[in-house]
Design a protein. Structure first.
Length: 299
């Protein structure tokens, strides 16, 4: 009996050609006997959880022929005569601006921003939960506070199915940035009197400008930075704790033995970097790790 029921259910395939009006909305991924009773009340004699087939994809319809439904009912001990065809389609809804904006704010989970929704598509989607994962956010190509983000999301419907949607929005915030008040030459260590801090409006994920003076002062410009320009993090290098020609304190550790002497730096280096150091006594170069200002170590 079980296999006969499955064969009959699978025989109810989607119909092609013109479809009847008045399709019944369906939200589950399967169509059950209980769903048919809205069109054929007598079908209530069939167990409600008897599966007739899969629900159609969003935007399409599935039609069960009346004769096929009569055979299913008869197989379940329910006699029907001349049942009408029954049409099903996914329950759809118009995507409203309010729920799009709410979903964007929910996903943001960051600093306070001004969010202006410009457009979204499609306008119609299956009934479900609107989700915009943070990973779907695409950065604009230009650093303009008026630039629009593209944010890809989905509507979660049925049994964890996803219907793709997208939105375009402006997302801005008030932030600080460091601006050069004088031309900074390449290789020059930035002084505090050469920069200032200002507040400006920017798109929220632009992390290119330095936000604090501490991120700039004492660093070395990699290329020329003109006066009046925002200082970008990528334009700076950390100033080396050791420069070529400096005398450095060398600490050598070998097992339980410990040795300290003075060497001469043969290259520049910041903390954690490996540089060449010359041993004045032997005249030989060796590699050592920079541990601080004027200090290196050898393991």
């Amino acid at each position: 009996m079980f296999f006969q029921q499955m064969i009959m259910a699978l025989a109810l395939v989607p119909q092609s050609g013109p479809q009847p009006d008045g399709c019944l909305p369906i939200q589950d991924d399967r169509i059950y006997a209980r769903d048919v009773t809205a069109a054929i009340p007598a079908f209530a004699g069939v167990p409600g959880d008897f599966a007739l087939g899969y629900a159609p994809a969003p935007g399409t319809r599935r039609v069960f022929k009346g004769a096929a439904l009569d055979r299913v009912a008869l197989n379940q001990g329910v006699t029907l005569e001349s049942s009408p065809d029954v049409c099903f389609e996914r329950a759809m809804a118009t995507l409203e601006e309010r729920e799009i904006v709410e979903a964007l704010h929910t996903a943001w989970n960051g600093p306070e921003v001004t969010m202006e929704l410009r457009s979204w598509s499609p306008k119609i989607a299956p009934q479900g939960k609107v989700v915009f994962p943070r990973t779907g956010l695409q950065m604009p190509a230009v650093s303009d506070p008026q630039a629009e983000f593209v944010w890809r999301g989905y509507v979660l419907y049925g049994n964890n199915r996803r219907f793709g949607i997208s939105a375009r929005a402006r997302i801005t915030t008030s932030a600080t940035r460091v601006v050069a008040v004088a031309d900074l030459a390449a290789g020059e260590t930035v002084r505090e009197d050469q920069v200032r801090l200002e507040t400006f409006d920017t798109f929220a994920l632009d992390d290119r400008p330095a936000r604090r003076l501490e991120e700039v002062v004492g660093f070395v410009a990699r290329a020329r930075i003109r006066a009046g320009s925002a200082v970008l993090r990528s334009q700076l290098n950390r100033a080396p704790e050791i420069t070529r020609g400096d005398l450095v304190q060398v600490e050598v550790t070998a097992g339980g033995a410990h040795l300290a002497f003075e060497g001469k730096a043969e290259s520049n280096g910041t903390t954690g970097a490996t540089i060449l150091v010359k041993n004045p006594s032997s005249g030989k170069d060796f590699r050592a790790r920079v541990t601080g200002k004027g200090k290196v170590s050898v393991q």
